[in-house]
Design a protein around this ligand. Structure first.
Ligand SMILES: *Cc1c(COP(=O)(O)O)cnc(C)c1O
Length: 414
């Protein structure tokens, strides 16, 4: 399949080229030219990897079945808590957040590309680096994970430094912005880019977005078969990549009603939907830190799909949920529903409680044990899932570098 850029200058691009490029060459984001249409009544949902193969195959020219089987080799759960709450748990993968779906599929797609040296550079302060490192370990593509020396928690540092072989971790003497500048500098250096085959795996990559449609399609179909109703989804949102997956699943014909965007105190999207003004600004720190985004780039993809704001508003609402509410919701949900959620998921649970609708699925984006500092004081000990516990037993290693390109590539051996 061919894809276009949201900026309109880098169109008719082959999908594998688009995924290798990451960002479109005109600075826009790649989107599919058309969405395949599915007669979902004929589709079987018992085997998730098989279902994913059916949904994603039309986008690719080569057979992706074995790749889907390897990428989606962990559970996904649709859990009914009570009359009004059903959870879609996306955190049963190796790093216990939904980013495993996108990162693991992306790693498989890189294996479909013609062989040459490729090096993924990721600067991370949180979930993405761990998911990408875990996903690419053992694949042909090399990965350099950069993180700020004093900018990640002990648990996060463990998740960024416990990988082997083709995964290299660098602890940068600087803050997160300096890590990002280093990556930017490397990408702007043509000689380095060529020599190392530099590429990125950040959340705007189309190869991470497409598999995020599959779980919405899957959950909607299962829900509809159980209840005879097309569900709405309530989605914890930051950069909006997860939510765009839901819009794309609806565009493919899967039975999805409204889409509700739960944000933290970074309220650019709720303001846009409520007041019609688009006012991006620097992000502020919140308890739901994977959603601390002040200029959500995937909004460009949503605008491309639904250009008219009034049309968008017909079946979408957004709500900003502050830290106080997030903490209240974590505590109340544990007490009243015996369900412990992470701070991101709490925004969606709170939003759902404000909505006078039936048939809503709440998306649970991370396991609460990943956010122990917030969750433990509110509800007590949270049991670690075995995937995370396994990560913690692996040996750690990383290279300390200064925040300069030369330092990075000087230490980076093949
Ligand atoms: C990345 C992330 C989000 C936000 O997803 P977007 O695609 O950026 O909207 C929400 N929750 C968790 C746990 C995350 O890791």
């Amino acid at each position: 399949m061919k894809v276009d850029s949201t900026n309109g200058q880098d169109n008719d691009v082959d999908i594998l080229t688009a995924i290798e490029n990451g960002l479109a060459r005109d600075g826009g984001l790649y989107v599919p030219q058309t969405f395949p249409q599915f007669d979902s009544s004929a589709m079987e949902t018992d085997n998730y990897a098989e279902f994913a193969t059916q949904v994603l195959q039309p986008f690719f020219d080569t057979d992706i079945r074995s790749h889907c089987q390897r990428a989606f080799n962990f559970p996904i759960q649709l859990k009914r808590l009570n009359e009004s709450s059903t959870m879609l748990e996306l955190f049963h993968g190796p790093t216990a957040a939904f980013k495993d779906f996108g990162a693991r599929f992306l790693a498989e797609v890189f294996d479909l590309m013609p062989k040459r040296r490729r090096t993924i550079l990721v600067a991370t302060s949180g979930d993405t680096g761990g998911a990408v490192a875990a996903a690419f370990e053992g694949h042909a593509t090399q990965v350099a994970v950069l993180f700020p020396k004093n900018g990640v928690s002990a648990l996060q540092e463990k998740q960024l430094t416990c990988w082997q072989g083709n995964i290299h971790s660098f602890r940068v003497d600087g803050n997160f912005d300096e890590c990002q500048s280093l990556v930017k500098e490397a990408f702007q250096n043509d000689a380095l880019r060529q020599q190392w085959g530099l590429t990125s795996a950040n959340s705007i990559n189309l190869g991470r977005l497409l598999p995020q449609s599959v779980y919405y399609a899957w959950a909607a179909l299962r829900y509809q078969r159980q209840t005879n109703h097309a569900p709405s989804f309530v989605i914890p949102s930051g950069n909006m990549g997860n939510a765009v997956g839901c819009y794309w699943a609806r565009a493919m014909g899967f039975p999805i009603d409204a889409i509700y965007l739960a944000c933290n105190a970074n309220k650019v999207v709720p303001e846009y939907l409520n007041a019609g003004t688009w006012n991006p600004r620097p992000s502020i720190k919140t308890e739901a830190n994977a959603m601390d985004v002040g200029n959500p780039s995937n909004m460009a993809r949503l605008r491309k799909l639904i250009p008219d704001l009034d049309t968008l508003r017909k079946r979408t609402q957004a709500l900003s949920v502050d830290d106080t509410r997030i903490r209240q919701t974590i505590a109340a949900t544990a007490k009243e529903m015996r369900y412990v959620c992470c701070p991101h998921t709490a925004t969606a649970i709170h939003f759902r409680q404000q909505l006078p609708i039936e048939n809503a699925i709440i998306v649970a984006t991370a396991h609460p044990a990943k956010f122990e500092e917030t969750v433990k004081p509110l509800v007590g000990d949270v049991t670690m899932p075995s995937s995370l516990a396994n990560i913690l037993t692996r040996p750690n290693h990383c290279t300390d570098i200064t925040a300069h390109c030369d330092a990075l590539f000087g230490h980076f051996k093949n």
